[in-house]
Design a binder for this molecule. Structure first.
Ligand code: SAM
Length: 220
């Protein structure tokens, strides 16, 4: 990676401060989330064609027909996770690596799985070069990562047709899963808490729009 790729100027920092304020005004109140958003240079995760838009509160295309999520959505999902320093977190859908880096910045141990080979390969190289020591995996997130389970938190960053049992089962007692679940042409942001007695509590948090969680026909 060239040094240029990881420059972070006063202009970038200013744009990030503004973006963080926008996200705050839209309802994010967890100061740890806002601090992480102000710290992580979102432009590092962009393809060059869209660089000038890196600090807009919008989703943008990345490789393989996928997207880097809208900052508000990243903040909203992260807030629902109630991240604590030292949490062991599984992310399904590495994509650009931005969401995983926000979690890492908050002091979590992050495991992230991606179903598209090109995105996995890029993130595996880029994240450590940028200083984000995230464990990346190529695989099908529907299955979670049983070899590394259980997790304190699990976040899914693509729209799922249903809540996979494998993910619920890989939560520790007291753990939280945040997943957008399909409902016609949008998704309902859903959180699932695993109680100490093994039962699950599900809550819904409004409509969002995500690219779909890919099944068996994804590209290897
Ligand atoms: N978290 C990403 C970021 O910060 O850039 C945004 C992710 S994008 C909205 C959704 C990602 O989920 C895509 O990269 C897509 O390839 C990935 N994905 C889709 N189905 C998957 C599956 N079954 N397992 C793992 N990743 C999957």
């Amino acid at each position: 990676m060239s040094g240029n790729k990881f420059t972070d100027t006063f202009r970038h920092k200013g744009l990030r401060k503004k973006l963080t304020e926008t996200v705050r005004q839209k309802g994010i109140s967890d100061e740890n989330v806002l601090r992480a958003m102000e710290a992580v240079p979102r432009h590092w995760f962009f393809d060059s064609g869209f660089l000038e838009f890196a600090y807009e509160d919008k989703a943008f295309p990345i490789a393989a027909g996928q997207t880097i999520s809208q900052p508000f959505t990243v903040a909203f999902q992260t807030q629902l996770l109630q991240v604590k320093k030292g949490d062991k977190i599984l992310e399904v859908g590495t994509g650009s690596g931005y969401q995983a880096s926000i979690l890492y910045q908050m002091g979590a141990k992050v495991f992230s799985v991606e179903r598209q080979r090109a995105l996995y390969s890029k993130a595996k190289e880029m994240l450590p070069a940028a200083g984000y020591l995230i464990k990346t995996f190529f695989g099908d997130g529907y299955k979670g990562l049983p070899a590394f389970a259980p997790f304190d938190k699990i976040i899914v960053t693509a729209g799922a047709p249903y809540i996979p049992d494998a993910l619920k089962e890989q939560l520790k007692p007291g753990g939280i899963l945040v997943i957008p679940v399909d409902d016609d042409d949008y998704q309902i942001m859903t959180s699932v808490k695993r109680n100490a007695d093994g039962s699950f509590e599900t809550m819904q948090h409004g409509r969002f729009r995500f690219v779909p969680l890919l099944g068996d026909k994804a590209h290897d």
